[in-house]
Design a protein around this ligand. Structure first.
Ligand code: PMP
Length: 412
């Protein structure tokens, strides 16, 4: 017998299989609303102008080589990435309470954090990996990544399906009743898949409850700057938690906000609390050395090219300003499409309320279409996952009318 004899076929990734069905469809009407990747007003992939410029500079740089990076990555990149999420004026940075590693995009950062917690976090004297609480629903890869690190998964309420809004009371109650010192995974902004974030006041309530319960916050930041167009606004939740003095960690992705998806540029940050009794630098050395050991086992060292490009953008004031402008272009177009979509559905009198489309933020809209309705949409050559989530970036002024008419038909 062979090992391969006993291997069952794994289910296809539900999202990528929708995308491949789109590619196989010969229709010229087809619309891909599955994968969360930005498209411009013509439906084309958009390389950010600032990324083009930085890539050209890297190509000309005689110092640029293809040598291995250190295990923890490119220092000028990780230092700058830390400032992007925590803010240049962050107390945690000034007090040197952060250790950072460059990772294989956001996914790699989530994985590294999950491995670290699985190996070293033993709250409440229980000698096994801690349970991690994720929102219901959450990004479909979260349970797979966390499960790979042997973290048991529990959920907290998040989406109120009846009202297509945040079930904040449920969220707060579930987080408050989780055992003390639980790990809570939070989407920093532009929640995937719902597009619904807590308000600033709600984030404060969450932070207070988490402080009372001594919970550990694990932030997933995949859309900073992409949601509102402002890097600062989209980092407000992370910065609020950091200002409370939590010990916490952040998985940071530059895939969406730099449109550099395939280059796999990301960062993992671990922040120690200012209330720590032990010496901070000694603590960071211990934590950082274990993270480096895990990183070595997983990937040896992170990829160099994308990190150089992003580092150049983050560390060159003119390029940074240009990046901020590119972020406004992407987020602005998406906000415009949200408005147009809602207006057209309301003009057609499509049954139901469509306010949630403009209340939601970021790459996705949770339309509220049922599985059956999503299948009908696919028959009309519109490809979206069966949970009713659409990638807003897939809509533009050329295909909006076709999309709206199809949606109107399947809802009636
Ligand atoms: N977290 C969330 C919530 C996401 O939506 C994504 C991208 N789809 C990621 C993390 C990670 O993406 P990447 O590995 O491409 O940075």
């Amino acid at each position: 017998t062979f090992i391969s004899d006993t291997v069952p076929e794994a289910p296809q990734d539900p999202l990528f299989s929708v995308t491949s069905a789109f590619y196989d469809d010969p229709s010229d009407k087809k619309i891909d609303l599955s994968i969360g990747a930005y498209r411009d007003g013509k439906g084309k992939v958009w390389v950010l102008p600032v990324v083009k410029k930085a890539a050209a500079l890297v190509a000309l740089d005689p110092e640029y080589t293809h040598e291995y990076l250190p295990i923890t990555g490119l220092v000028e990149f990780t230092d700058a990435a830390r400032k992007v999420c925590l803010g240049a004026e962050s107390g945690a940075i000034k007090e040197r309470r952060v250790t950072s590693l460059q990772t294989v995009s956001g996914t790699g950062a989530l994985h590294l954090g999950a491995l670290f917690l699985s190996k070293f976090y033993r709250p409440n004297g229980i000698d096994k990996p801690p349970t991690i609480y994720v929102s219901s629903p959450t990004w479909s890869n979260h349970p797979q990544i966390l499960g790979l690190a042997h973290l048991p998964i529990a959920t907290y309420r998040y989406f109120d399906a009846a009202n297509r809004s945040l079930d904040f009371a449920g969220m707060l109650a579930d987080i408050a009743s989780a055992p003390p010192k639980s790990v809570i995974l939070l989407h920093a902004c532009a929640h995937n898949p719902t597009g619904i974030d807590p308000s600033p006041a709600q984030w404060k309530q969450l932070a207070s409850v988490m402080a009372e319960r001594h919970h550990f916050a694990f932030f997933d930041s995949a859309y900073q700057g992409f949601a509102s167009g402002s890097l600062d606004r989209d980092a407000a939740a992370i910065r609020l938690f950091a200002s409370y003095g939590f010990e916490m960690c952040i998985a940071q992705s530059f895939a969406k906000n730099c449109g550099i998806y395939g280059q796999r540029v990301g960062c993992f940050h671990f922040i120690t609390s200012p209330a720590l009794d032990a010496d901070v630098q000694d603590t960071l050395t211990r934590v950082g050395s274990q993270l480096a050991l895990l990183q070595r086992a997983c990937i040896s060292n992170p990829p160099v090219y994308g990190a150089r490009v992003v580092s150049l953008i983050l560390n060159t004031p003119e390029l940074f300003d240009e990046w901020a402008e590119d972020l406004r272009v992407m987020s602005g177009r998406i906000l415009h499409m949200r408005q147009q979509l809602r207006i057209r559905l309301e003009q057609l009198g499509t049954p139901g309320s469509w306010q949630h489309i403009t209340d939601q933020i970021g790459m996705f809209s949770f339309t509220g279409l049922t599985e059956e309705q999503c299948l009908l949409m696919q028959r009309a050559h519109i490809y979206m996952p069966l949970n009713g989530r659409i990638s807003m970036a897939g809509l533009n002024l050329e295909n909006l009318e076709y999309f709206v008419r199809a949606m109107d038909r399947v809802v009636r």
